[in-house]
Write a protein that binds this ligand. Sequence first.
Ligand SMILES: NC(=O)c1ccc[n+]([C@@H]2O[C@H](COP(=O)([O-])OP(=O)(O)OC[C@H]3O[C@@H](n4cnc5c(N)ncnc54)[C@H](O)[C@@H]3O)[C@@H](O)[C@H]2O)c1
Length: 370
Amino acid sequence: MRVINVKTRLRKYPILIESGITEDFVDHLKKNFSGFNKVVVITNNKVFAIHGQRLKELLDKGKLESYIVVLEDGEEFKNLESADYIYKKLIDFNIHRNDIVVAFGGGVIGDLGGFVASTFHRGVRLVQYPTTIIGQVDSSIGGKVVVNYNSIKNVIGNFYQPHMIIIDPLLITTLEEREIINGLAEIVKYGIVFDRKILKILEENVDEGNDSRLFELIKKSVFEEIIYRCCHIKSVVVEKDEFDLGYRNLLNFGHTIGHCIEKAAKLEEINHGQAVSMGMIVAIDISVELNLVKKDFKDMIIKLYRKLKLPYIIPQLNITDIIGGLKYDKKFTSTRNKFILLKGINKPVFYYNVSQDIVERCISKNMEQA
Ligand SMILES: NC(=O)c1ccc[n+]([C@@H]2O[C@H](COP(=O)([O-])OP(=O)(O)OC[C@H]3O[C@@H](n4cnc5c(N)ncnc54)[C@H](O)[C@@H]3O)[C@@H](O)[C@H]2O)c1
């Protein structure tokens, strides 16, 4: 088992990573927590249908008083109504601060379950138990717990570090391909910005001629190494900037334009991972335009994208709509824009006041032609 000990100001907690760790889930709860009486698992119907029964059996076998709260699947349920539903359940189950809430699902469940755990009794024990790649390499780590409100994404929330994170790479082998691609986009981001070894492992373990290559990739034991590397990076970044005051923005590479593409495409057509993939290519092109990096760097990344089925051509969208989205970027002020660009592999830089001309040119260069 690989263990990362995260040290934040709020608390210290372990990330336990091992294929098949689910079988020992109850033991890890008992080993890491004392004085708890009840465990409440928050999940959604999709994850429950695939992995819920086994988890329930394990909780029962471990003779824990446990409850499972099953929500509907989807980003649209990451809201205060779902939180309200869970609060009522926690009151019904008579949950106290010493008890444990487990968020068992992707980033949606992690954000929502974490938000509820952070507010119920002003904070109950929280175990993040992510079941998507995004969850395992990103969203479960770092304490951002949040819900959407009035169609505004991630607007009501908190910083609340979990008490433990359990990562079982076997759980992600049931993901659909689009969710694998979503996760791979974030993994490539870690590789480009922080750790080139991740790109090398990906490069060496994907067979471009094979259509089911992504399903095969995530089943390989080396994928656990990739997850570990990403978790390590995320935990170091979080330790340096727990409350997202500057340095943590590095994780935003590709997201600046990515978010705008996602918004301009009205959310359904392009998912987050696809938009971030395209956003990273635009960020690389801006870096090329500003002579920070050579063009062959982009060619190398596109080659890897092809192997990983990551999209890099932006579908035909209105450029003004895309650019218009920039004003909502959390890194920008009313007088200054801020991009994460590259001086080379693993050499990110914050760059301020990039001209709109350059941004527009780099977007249109990567857009599908009529
Ligand atoms: N808190 C953070 O730091 C942070 C970081 C990144 C993203 N997020 C949030 O995370 C969310 C996105 O997370 P996501 O990509 O995991 O989406 P998600 O939680 O919606 O999961 C994607 C889909 O995969 C399904 N699924 C989950 N586990 C599965 C499994 N093992 N097998 C088969 N299907 C499974 C889900 O039911 C869902 O349909 C967004 O709400 C985003 O805002 C938060």
